[in-house]
Design a protein around this ligand. Structure first.
Ligand code: GFB
Length: 389
């Protein structure tokens, strides 16, 4: 049943060739001018789920800008979730997943004009995209002497290989492809669109475009619209009803690649337990919920934390099959967002997103902006990015 569901998702991603003929009959340019225009985008392959959520905000902000300055109506195409590096269940097919599997897309649509990729194909058919733009860094020469932070872009020779096939779809083609050295905020992409005048355009390496105003009013408006799907909220609610009947502290322990990527931010198990216990005593809380990307240390931590009770969400087969690794990670995030107290892992965007969610819920800041301290290092606590309305 699961495989059929996933095949269905992927087939929804594929192009319906019948639509091309209909589209081709739209030879009359005055009709074309009344149709919406579309921006697609993709992100550097190894980036994780929560950094990608941040890139969405930047691209959504760009679409808002386009709809202010352009004569056309612009729509952002939600890039399918596709084989992320951190999704470890190798027995599951985790390709070509629509945003609706994880998010309440209706909520996003209330703030930003978006469509899923399969909806875009229903509109566009097999017509090649007008432009593929691969963003890349400027070559930095003598940066130390002359740091140049000005916003700028220019057409350039491609530094790296250009992506030929997005999301394994061989039907997504382009009329022209170019590389652009880019440095600046996402609204600067409007200048590129102005220059190329495409009806449909895809930006690769969209993560290079920065926020217009990180943590500003528009940022939070878009961020608030990115609600998780009702199904995932329901599963988190059921888990809490069964296991977390009283006040609880949530600890997010980001380990795997952080053990070597950010070793000074990851305390050992005894030190982790010590930091948790200190807070439990201070807050008079008896229960801990642990969200982590590894099962290795969970039993060990449970033992060291006794007599305090420790819980972790373990997805049953059905939940994992339906919502995959991405869904299970979101369930962890929902449960941590609603905890009485949260301690995250420094520098993890997974933890940052939980902190944002807690701001949206209006929880006291002292219960939110806390990180574990690594072993033998000076410890700084996270910046308090407060919600702005
Ligand atoms: O979300 P993310 O960008 O956060 O990537 P970081 C980490 C991924 O690991 C999550 C899994 O999206 C999940 O798939 N994961 C992490 C977890 N913590 C948990 C957890 O508590 N529970 C569950 N179920 N899954 C960045 C990456 O990770 O770290 C970059 O985006 C790079 O690609 C960098 O690897 C070093 O910011 O934590």
């Amino acid at each position: 049943v699961l495989l059929t569901a996933i095949q269905f998702r992927c087939s929804k991603c594929a192009v319906d060739s019948r639509l091309l003929d209909e589209e081709e009959t739209l030879a009359d340019h005055s009709i074309l001018d009344t149709l919406p225009r579309y921006v697609l985008y993709d992100v550097n392959k190894p980036e994780g789920f929560n950094l990608r959520r941040d890139v969405f905000i930047r691209m959504a902000s760009f679409i808002h800008h386009m709809n202010k300055v352009s004569d056309y109506h612009w729509i952002l195409v939600l890039p399918p979730w596709h084989r992320l590096y951190h999704w470890r269940s190798s027995n599951l097919v985790q390709d070509c997943l629509p945003w609706s599997l994880f998010f309440n897309v209706d909520s996003i649509k209330k703030t930003t004009p978006v469509v899923e990729l399969h909806e875009f194909f229903q509109m566009n058919g097999l017509r090649p995209l007008d432009a593929q733009v691969t963003l890349q860094d400027f070559n930095v020469k003598s940066f130390e002497q002359y740091p140049d932070f000005s916003d700028k872009w220019e057409v350039a020779n491609c530094k790296d290989q250009v992506q030929k096939q997005f999301w394994n779809l061989n039907n997504l083609t382009f009329t022209k492809s170019l590389c652009i050295s880019f440095q600046g905020i996402s609204t600067l992409l409007a200048d590129i669109v102005q220059e190329l005048q495409p009806r449909t355009i895809i930006f690769d390496h969209a993560e290079l475009a920065l926020h217009n105003y990180y943590g500003g009013q528009e940022y939070w408006m878009i961020r608030k619209s990115m609600q998780f799907s009702k199904n995932l909220h329901e599963i988190a609610k059921e888990f809490k009803k069964r296991n977390l009947k009283q006040d609880y502290l949530c600890a997010h322990l980001r380990r795997r690649d952080f053990l070597y990527g950010h070793p000074s931010d990851v305390p050992n198990i005894n030190n982790t337990a010590r930091q948790i216990k200190e807070k439990l005593i201070l807050l008079n809380i008896k229960t801990v919920y642990v969200a982590t990307d590894t099962s290795k240390t969970v039993e060990e931590l449970k033992n060291v934390l006794r007599p305090y009770q420790m819980f972790k969400f373990e997805a049953d087969k059905k939940t994992l099959n339906n919502f995959l690794d991405g869904g299970v990670a979101i369930i962890d995030q929902i449960i941590c967002s609603q905890a009485n107290y949260f301690i995250g892992t420094s520098k993890s965007t997974f933890s940052f997103r939980i902190q944002e969610e807690r701001e949206i819920l209006g929880l006291p800041i002292e219960t939110t902006f806390n990180s574990f301290c690594g072993d033998n290092t000076e410890c700084t606590q996270p910046t308090k990015w407060r919600l702005v309305e």
